[in-house]
Design a protein around this ligand. Structure first.
Ligand SMILES: C[C@H](O)[C@H](O)[C@H]1CNc2nc(N)[nH]c(=O)c2N1
Ligand SMILES: N[C@@H](Cc1ccccc1)C(=O)O
Ligand SMILES: [Fe+2]
Length: 287
């Protein structure tokens, strides 16, 4: 939460676990129309840019007609993988976020982005949380991964070390790519809720696209205020699940002792080489 420049949302009447009632009836006609526009535009990009598992989950949700009622969507999701949706006023502290995932509950922000930030916004809104994250919760492997992630999160919080785990979430849940027989596809929620970053992450030749390597992901800092400089590519969701389950804890000690690297750097043996003109650092410093 401390990273985000301006927290929005009404946190006044929420429960201790940050949940609120969605009050689906209070959305305006204009907000529903904005949802339909966002949805129609992004749905057009899925065939070319999104992983099939994501497309399947979107079809199961069938939420194109307007801002979804979370209780209805939650019942449909629970029947499939046991995940439920809860409404929250916006970004919530990592401890609470992980605790929800550990209980197979996904927090969904209750407000929708403004007309002036349709292509990209820094904070998660209901379009990002619902359209971006919920479809893959219909996929059994990813559904289990997200709960495992929550369990690791609770453990990391007890160790006071969630920074490294958040990188894993950031790169592999928010901005992950996957290699398929039909080429490179996006599955990360952070890309697939942003039309601009969806295209950028697959088509643009400026970002690095690296094979998934858990240790490198754990060491690499990320941006919260712009498209990513580096995307990691999975061979399968099972690969992510197995690596996290088996290697996160043992690697954790090692990574703690190594210097962190920025996305425009690569590690060759014991050397760290900065790619490009190092502009990432200036931009980062400016951010
Ligand atoms: C996992 C990591 O802590 C991540 O930044 C969390 C923090 N809090 C959040 N809070 C909400 N409501 N939604 C999110 O996606 C996140 N992401
Ligand atoms: N940038 C995403 C929203 C997002 C916020 C925070 C983390 C990841 C993604 C969008 O425009 O839809
Ligand atoms: Fe997200």
């Amino acid at each position: 939460m401390e990273n985000y420049p301006n927290l929005r949302g009404d946190y006044s009447d929420m429960a201790p676990d940050y949940t609120i009632s969605q009050d689906w009836d209070r959305y305006t006609v204009e907000e529903h129309a904005r949802w339909r526009m966002l949805y129609a535009r992004q749905a057009k990009l899925l065939k070319r840019y999104a992983a099939q598992e994501f497309i399947d989950g979107t079809a199961a949700l069938d939420a194109g007609d307007g801002i979804p009622d979370l209780e209805i969507a939650s019942a449909r999701l629970a029947a499939k993988t046991g995940w439920r949706l809860v409404a929250v006023p916006g970004l919530i502290p990592e401890t609470d976020f992980f605790a929800h995932l550990e209980r197979r509950q996904f927090p969904v922000t209750n407000w929708i982005r403004g007309a002036d930030e349709i292509d990209y916004l820094v904070e998660p809104d209901i379009f990002h949380d619902f359209f971006g994250h919920v479809p893959l919760l219909f996929n059994p492997v990813f559904a289990d991964y997200m709960q495992l992630y929550g369990e690791k999160g609770a453990e990391a919080n007890r160790l006071g070390t969630s920074k490294i785990l958040v990188r894993l979430y950031w790169y592999m849940v928010e901005f992950g790519l996957i290699r398929t027989g039909d080429g490179l596809k996006a599955y990360g929620a952070g890309m697939l809720s942003s039309a601009a970053e969806t295209r950028f992450s697959i088509k643009d030749n400026s970002p690095n696209r690296l094979c998934f390597d858990l240790k490198r992901v754990m060491r690499t800092r990320y941006r919260i205020d712009d498209f990513q400089e580096t995307y990691f590519v999975l061979d399968s969701f099972e690969q992510l699940f197995e690596a996290t389950h088996r290697d996160f804890a043992p690697l954790y000690e090692l990574v703690q002792r190594q210097p962190e690297i920025t996305p425009d750097q690569i590690v060759a043996g014991d050397r760290v080489i900065t790619l490009g003109d190092g502009s990432w650092k200036q931009r980062r410093a400016a951010a």
